[in-house]
Design a protein around this ligand. Structure first.
Ligand SMILES: Cc1cc2nc3c(=O)[nH]c(=O)nc-3n(C[C@H](O)[C@H](O)[C@H](O)COP(=O)(O)OP(=O)(O)OC[C@H]3O[C@@H](n4cnc5c(N)ncnc54)[C@H](O)[C@@H]3O)c2cc1C
Length: 405
């Protein structure tokens, strides 16, 4: 069993023989970004949680890196294991238990699975990502930020307990009080500081409806000023901003501010004192379920039309409040994000981001800046990748941190 010489053929791992065929290796070498491609030597699809610690130990004994992978929505090769072993976690998708206070769920479950199980009890995870097709383990390994983060922090801040396997193959139940070192290493650990098997996530009461306001701005200064105000006053439950090219070489800015309510209570209208072009504002009401799942229709259309499969050279950074305007302005001057792309910008107070593994700028208020680009040609991809390098350096020089590449 020693000396793999680059192959795993014939080796029995707990949980089965790793797949070494081209289809499996090509699958594991790719991700949603289609920018970085690195093949592992094998892909293991464990079906029992008990197989994972033994597989990690065996791989380690043979000098193989083990990298867990779930939905593969990384954009920079984060779930790839060049020359190592990819652990496909999608077989672990059970939502085990829901109470009014928490949910116990396998790491391979998607957030859409979690929400489907919690809403019938009138509860929801406090923070959801914009897209619910991401796995619990996948977002807990990066942080998991969303429009509710200005209130509740990252998804990793809402975890009560984890069942995890350490890099040396020991299965541990960890929490802020039990093996806190493992708990702190695995959350936002990028899949390199342990494998999450199961998570216990805090839940909060869910309203039934969401009133969504779209507030439009021509000036970046007003756009950022109102986001600061809304984050500080916590007027809304969900707060995100975006910049979009208007087709005429200019950018327009929009705050998407959402307040939850449950009829017969009237929908809230907390818009006083904002500097948006009020005549351009609009609003609608949706069920909370539909609001949380708001990307589903667009994703279905992008899948049918094709751009969902195109390269996505994304860059997401966290910036100190003091430099966000400078970096945002510089990023809007670079190559466009592509017809289906968008630039997200929203504030999160530093005080609610408590996960040690999450690198956050030293500033009381930070802004997430996400350049969600889609490349429709090889030259466009090259230009976007080069621009991302420049912007990443600019962001670091401006006191920022990289959240996701
Ligand atoms: C359309 C889209 C929308 C997005 N929206 C948001 C958003 O709103 N907020 C946000 O924060 N991010 C967002 N992201 C980024 C996303 O959160 C990360 O890319 C996330 O890691 C993807 O999860 P996944 O299940 O696809 O994981 P994969 O791509 O399979 O893996 C991602 C990382 O997680 C690790 N990992 C996977 N499973 C485990 C496990 N069980 N234990 C330990 N580590 C594990 C992998 O090793 C890898 O490092 C979005 C991405 C896309 C494509």
């Amino acid at each position: 069993m020693t000396g793999f010489g680059g192959t795993l053929r014939g080796v029995d791992f707990p949980g089965g023989v790793p797949l070494t065929d081209d289809a499996a290796l090509d699958w594991a070498a790719d991700d949603f970004g289609h920018v970085v491609r690195r093949r592992p030597v094998g892909v293991l699809r464990p079906t029992s949680a008990d197989d994972v610690p033994a597989a990690v130990r065996l791989a380690r004994a043979h000098g193989l890196t083990v990298v867990p992978r779930a939905e593969g929505h990384s954009t920079g090769g984060q779930a790839q294991a060049p020359g190592g072993l990819v652990l496909d976690m999608t077989g672990f998708r059970t939502v085990h238990r829901v109470t009014s206070e928490h949910v116990v769920v396998d790491a391979g479950a998607r957030w859409s699975d979690v929400l489907a199980a919690t809403l019938p009890l009138g509860v929801t995870p406090p923070v959801l990502t914009d897209y619910l097709g991401l796995s619990v383990g996948g977002t807990l390994s990066v942080g998991g930020l969303g429009g509710a983060s200005h209130r509740f922090g990252a998804q990793t801040d809402t975890v009560l307990e984890l069942d995890a396997v350490t890099p040396d193959g020991v299965r541990v139940t960890c929490s802020p009080t039990r093996h806190p070192d493992v708990f702190d290493a695995v959350r936002a650990g990028g899949g390199r500081r342990g494998v999450i098997l199961r998570a216990t996530v805090r839940l909060v009461p869910a309203h039934t409806h969401a009133r969504c306001f779209r507030l439009r701005y021509d000036r970046v200064g007003d756009f950022l000023r109102d986001q600061r105000l809304l984050a500080a006053e916590r007027r809304f439950d969900h707060l995100e901003g975006r910049a979009r090219p208007d087709g005429a070489g200019r950018w327009s800015f929009r705050i998407d501010a959402t307040a939850y309510f449950t009829p017969p209570a009237p929908p809230p209208e907390p818009l006083a004192g904002l500097r948006d072009r009020r005549e351009a504002a609009d609003a609608d009401t949706a069920t909370y379920r539909r609001f949380a799942n708001r990307m589903a229709d667009d994703v279905a259309a992008l899948r049918v039309l094709g751009p969902w499969r195109w390269p996505h050279p994304w860059l997401t950074v966290l910036l100190p409040d003091a430099t966000v305007e400078e970096v945002l302005t510089a990023s809007l001057a670079g190559p466009a994000v592509g017809g289906n792309g968008v630039v997200l910008v929203y504030p999160v107070p530093r005080a609610v981001l408590r996960t040690p593994g999450l690198r956050v700028p030293d500033s009381p208020l930070v802004f997430l800046l996400a350049l969600l680009r889609t490349a429709d040609s090889a030259p466009a991809l090259r230009a976007m990748v080069e621009d991302n390098d420049v912007l990443r350096r600019l962001c670091l020089a401006a006191g920022g941190t990289t959240y996701l590449l």
